[in-house]
Design a protein around this ligand. Structure first.
Ligand code: PHE
Ligand code: ZN
Length: 890
């Protein structure tokens, strides 16, 4: 193995030479593709690099150099250029005295053998490329770094005309040729916008498509086309609707229009990530673009809308302005996630979207930031940049962008965005450039705010409050501290804040944003009137900063405060949050084995179940749901996965028993309301399904005796067979998949599982659900099921979605994965070894489930560490997996 090299942010230097223009020629034959490139090179006058050599990246495990010419002269190995396993270095002696020159190379690659899915590869019957972050160097020799923006003036693709009628690349189609004597045809594309190599794309195949068009505000008519394998063309309509909505939204919200005449999207089966924003030619994982009533859940529809928006929004935040180097990744990703979240909120409900996003952040990013992979949103070093497409860079990065919006206000944020584009359009920028644009456009001081880019860890904000009636003064005391990074300097934390009267629910101060910049500080407020009850602080409204928020009031006061907020807070997020905190407290009391007083929890649950004030069914549903095990785990120093699972299940059962009648009544009412209604995907219909399926879950949780187990299985079975959509089927099947030990109920479980499989009729995305639901089951023998599913004829490790649907899903089944005997760890350890040889990116992401061993007890930690040590000994281990494992073990 080549010794992994660590790269540091502080070492950035602009290169000695720039490539300004590129032509590429892809000649595709089965088993071999020839790529010819012509690079126009100029000296970079601003460079501080000492030697002027032209450095081209190239991965020699993929590209084989055939020929190389400089201004028409053939170059010789050794005297003119040096070839290493990762670079082609053209000595400056070959071009001294030239202000510019052309370099031509010919290489061959074998996309059919590319199992890493980075570079140019085959997926089913089509060829496609994936270049972010460093895939272009697996296609040809090139300065594969995002600060080199070049015009791709001529990209010619030639392939067999019958097998590959569709030939796509970025930008505009310049010309095509008819089938020639050998049955081959070609197309030439040109992209007028300079771009870094990571945004390059080619797709070649026999594809179907749907077409539409969009006229921008300034009158540009854009041809929209979404391609997929022919059998999936019927599942593209929702993506097209979402695309048009995205285009409109970016015009309305940020004044940003699309800039080419063509916008193409292609759905690909084998894809490492969600989707890719290649200029004018997005490539999507099928899971984030295909959706219809029969095969997609409401969650899937929501993800399609969000990811279509995300990739579209990248056209400005990522493509027009890109990243100077990969340490700046959050510049485009945090910002674009923020934009897609705002878009999704505006398309549906802002409160619902906010709750979902915060659940996601707490479940994944908080855990990452508490483990060995903890890093600031702008990392300081990396071995494999692919390892830094993380929840921190994406989700916490989006929270950091949201804080600018909170601090500067929506109008101020827009001014900052306008200035950012004015300054940096057409170039490669840094996170500091973005912060400077926000500060300068608003004459704001964002110096301290920069710590969000340099410091890691999740800060904890503690608060307490008091009220002095003699002066009508309300005092809020705040302190901040990062337990996992105690040396952190104080952050600039925007605290959205209000005060609620526990008796009347009235707001006692105007809702406002406090700028909390010290280790601790007191804020004083004059209340508008004396409270009739007590004055209850509502802190961090809308989750105004990515922190843990902890009250220092007595347990009794906390409980009554939470009940006030759950009932009255004018902030939708904090109303939900108050209920979650009550549930959390109950679950931890149960886990500690103490007597749980559920009065408060019952009161909050009942209010949520019945209050006529809640008009959104999704909000009602989320208010009834208990916090997730992964979210709860972040509140424990040493995680007890099985105890946590059992405690949560116990509280759920108690709620189910107490509210059996109310839940059943709501379920029946919704069933009646929805029966015969046409299937729709909008917040109202989705909310109804979400609420009804939440009721089903509680109705089925109430099972101590065999009779009750059978009754709940029957209810879920009926729900399944009466379902008119995938959402309801998945809800029912998920419940049934947990059934074990009661033969009569198991029969119903097996009937549904096999019906689901048969009805899937080979549909890849539906089969993924079938695998996942079984892998996350709470059955005690779930690992045996998973192991036997790995030999199912439909299972394969080579397709990332399928691999994740079974193996990845099992690692998320915390109680089973962390079984005390270590069998879960052993199973995963072996799979990672196999996977690493095929697809390092997928392997290194999967190994994340083993690295936080310090958060577990000694027995578990020892066993997890042992698996990591074994992985580290694998001969030829990828730098990707090496980086994660070695960090964890160090
Ligand atoms: N840039 C892509 C996105 O966020 C993610 C991605 C990264 C896709 C690397 C492929 C490879 O939209
Ligand atoms: Zn992105």
């Amino acid at each position: 193995m080549q010794a992994p090299v660590e790269i540091f942010r502080s070492d950035y230097k602009s290169p000695a030479n720039w490539v300004t223009e590129v032509t590429l020629d892809f000649d595709i034959y089965s088993g071999s593709t020839i790529v010819k490139s012509t690079l126009s090179v100029v000296k970079n006058e601003g460079s501080t690099v000492e030697k002027g050599d032209l450095i081209l990246d190239g991965d020699d495990s993929s590209v084989k150099l055939k020929e190389i010419y400089l201004d028409g002269e053939k170059l010789n190995s050794g005297s003119d250029y040096t070839l290493t396993s990762s670079q082609l270095i053209v000595h400056s002696s070959c071009f001294t005295g030239k202000s510019s020159f052309k370099l031509e190379t010919t290489v061959s690659i074998v996309p059919e053998d590319n199992t890493q899915l980075s570079g140019f590869y085959k997926s089913g019957s089509m060829y496609c490329s994936q270049c972010e972050a460093e895939g272009f160097r697996r296609i040809t020799y090139y300065p594969d770094r995002p600060d080199n923006m070049a015009k791709f003036t001529h990209v010619k693709i030639t392939a067999d005309a019958d097998s590959y009628p569709i030939l796509l690349s970025n930008g505009n189609l310049v010309s095509t040729t008819e089938k020639d004597g050998e049955g081959r045809h070609s197309a030439v594309w040109e992209d007028p916008f300079p771009k870094p190599s990571y945004l390059f794309a080619v797709v070649v195949g026999d594809l179907g498509s749907i077409k539409d068009s969009y006229t921008t505000t300034s009158g540009r008519n854009v041809h929209l086309e979404i391609f997929s394998e022919k059998e999936n063309v019927g599942k593209l309509d929702y993506a097209m609707e979402s695309l048009k909505n995205s285009m409109k939204w970016d015009e309305d919200k940020f004044g940003l229009e699309y800039d080419l005449d063509i916008y193409n999207v292609v759905a690909v089966n084998d894809f490492n990530m969600g989707a890719m924003e290649n200029k004018g030619l997005n490539v999507f994982n099928t899971a984030y673009v295909l959706a219809d009533q029969k095969t997609a859940t409401d969650g899937d529809f929501e993800r399609v809308e969000g990811v279509i928006g995300h990739e579209y929004f990248h056209n400005w935040t990522g493509n027009r302005v890109t990243c100077r180097d990969w340490f700046q990744l959050t510049l485009k990703e945090g910002l674009t996630v923020f934009r897609d979240q705002e878009f999704s909120g505006d398309m549906g409900s802002n409160d619902v979207t906010r709750i979902e996003n915060v659940k996601g952040l707490r479940g994944r990013q908080f855990a990452e930031d508490a483990g060995p992979m903890s890093h600031p949103i702008r990392p300081e070093s990396y071995v494999a940049i692919d390892n830094f497409y993380t929840a921190t860079v994406y989700s916490k990065g989006a929270e950091v962008i949201r804080m600018y919006n909170t601090i500067l206000g929506e109008a101020g944020f827009r001014k900052g965005m306008d200035l950012y584009f004015e300054r940096h359009d057409g170039s490669a920028a840094t996170c500091d450039d973005f912060r400077a644009a926000m500060a300068d456009a608003n004459e704001a001081d964002l110096e301290q705010f920069s710590r969000w880019y340099t410091q890691k860890g999740t800060p904890t904000v503690k608060y307490s409050s008091s009220y002095d009636p003699s002066t009508s003064t309300f005092t809020l005391d705040l302190s901040q501290h990062t337990a996992s990074a105690p040396d952190n300097e104080p952050f600039h934390i925007p605290v959205a804040f209000g005060v609620i009267d526990s008796e009347t629910g009235a707001e006692l101060v105007e809702s406002q944003v406090l700028h909390f910049k010290e280790a601790s500080k007191s804020f004083e407020f004059k209340l508008s009137s004396d409270p009739k009850g007590t004055a209850v602080p509502s802190v961090m409204r809308g989750f105004s900063a990515p922190v843990k928020i902890v009250s220092e009031a007595s347990p009794a006061t906390q409980k009554t405060d939470l009940l006030t907020l759950a009932a009255y807070d004018t902030d939708g997020f904090n109303r939900w949050e108050a209920g979650q905190k009550l549930y959390t407290e109950a679950i931890f009391t149960q886990l500690a084995g103490d007597d749980v007083n559920l009065d408060g929890v019952y009161q909050a649950f009942e209010q949520t179940l019945t209050s006529p004030k809640i008009s959104d069914d999704s909000i009602r549903a989320y208010g009834l749901m208990l916090p997730s095990e992964s979210g709860l785990a972040e509140d424990m120093d040493i995680i007890d996965p099985i105890g946590l699972h059992d405690a949560r299940t116990a509280i759920k059962k108690k709620l189910a028993r107490k509210f059996q009648a109310g839940v059943a009544e709501l379920y029946d009412r919704l069933t009646k309301e929805m029966s015969g209604a046409p299937f729709e995907v909008n917040s109202k219909a989705v909310g109804k399904r979400r609420l009804r399926n939440t009721c089903l879950d509680y109705a089925c949780a109430n099972k101590d005796t065999d009779e009750e187990v059978i009754a709940s299985a029957q209810l879920a079975h009926k729900h399944y067979f009466e379902a008119n959509c995938m959402t309801d089927q998945v809800a029912a099947m998920s419940i049934l998949s947990n059934v074990h030990g009661v033969p009569e109920a198991e029969k119903l479980r097996d009937e549904v599982l096999s019906k689901f499989f048969d009805d899937a009729n080979g549909d890849a995305l539906v089969l993924n659900k079938w695998f996942t639901i079984q892998a996350v089951s709470s059955k005690p023998d779930v690992l045996e099921d998973v192991i036997s599913l790995t030999s199912h004829p439909e299972f394969t490790m080579t397709n990332p979605n399928r691999c994740r649907s079974l193996i990845g899903a099992f690692t998320a089944n915390s109680a089973a994965f962390h079984a005390e005997d270590g069998a879960g760890y052993k199973f995963i350890g072996e799979k990672i070894g196999i996977l690493d040889a095929m697809n390092p990116q997928i392997a290194s992401r999967m190994v994340g489930c083993l690295i936080s061993f310090k958060r577990y007890d000694e027995n578990r930690a020892t066993k997890m560490r042992a698996e990591l040590s074994k992985i580290l000994e694998i001969e030829g281990l990828s730098p990707d997996t090496f980086e994660i494992v070695s960090k964890a073990l160090s």
